[in-house]
Ligand binder design. Structure first.
Ligand code: GDP
Ligand code: MG
Length: 175
């Protein structure tokens, strides 16, 4: 995290999680205010930047949106190394994606930056009727692992800006 001016910071942020959990959709909702039902899968990783104004300062997020497929797993450390914050995403309609999210958390705990700010995002909260992962399970897992927990929907925008603001606040606290 490098200072770019008076109280203004730049921070690397990485999105990890199973393919299809909604990582790209969350990032595009935040960066472009858009959502597509037909979001194409990410190949390798995608990079976005977005500036957030918070507490009379700015945070420039350098966002790495990773692919999530197993075949790209070996590349993941390139994206989380040097990151100020990581968002691990799962899909509330997929128990597999929750299991996969826990694996990412364990990997970050073992190999990530020790000061890494970690968020657990339970996405697709609009699909309540198809829910497989109770909110309490996500919340409890996050608590046990010192992470912030948030239920999001890239589709309805529920808690998406809030997620990035919370990350920004935590980054401002520690810088
Ligand atoms: P990624 O592989 O984690 O990047 O997931 P994508 O962002 O590509 O999303 C996978 C699929 O889930 C796409 O068809 C999206 O339209 C859909 N999707 C993503 N987020 C949401 C959400 O919050 N609600 C609903 N209903 N669908 C979503
Ligand atoms: Mg993607």
């Amino acid at each position: 995290m490098a200072r770019t001016g008076n109280h203004n910071v730049q921070a690397k942020l990485v999105f990890l999680g199973d393919m299809g959990a909604g990582k790209t959709s969350l990032v595009l909702r935040f960066v472009k205010g858009q959502f597509s039902e037909y979001q194409e899968s990410t190949i390798g990783a995608a990079f976005f930047t977005q500036v957030l104004s918070l507490n009379e300062a700015t945070i420039k997020f350098d966002i790495w949106d990773t692919a999530g497929q197993e075949r790209y797993h070996s590349l993941a450390p390139m994206y989380y190394r040097g990151a100020a914050a990581a968002v691990v995403v799962y899909d509330i309609t997929s128990m597999d994606s929750f299991v996969r999210a826990k694996k990412w958390v364990q990997e970050l705990q073992r190999q990530g930056n020790p000061n890494l700010i970690m968020f657990l995002a339970a996405n697709k909260a609009d699909l309540e009727e198809k829910r497989k992962v109770p909110a309490e399970d996500g919340d409890q897992y996050a608590k046990e692992n010192g992470m912030a927990f948030v239920e999001t929907s890239a589709k309805t925008a529920q808690n998406v800006n809030e997620l990035f603001y919370e990350i920004g606040k935590k980054i401002q606290e520690i810088r």
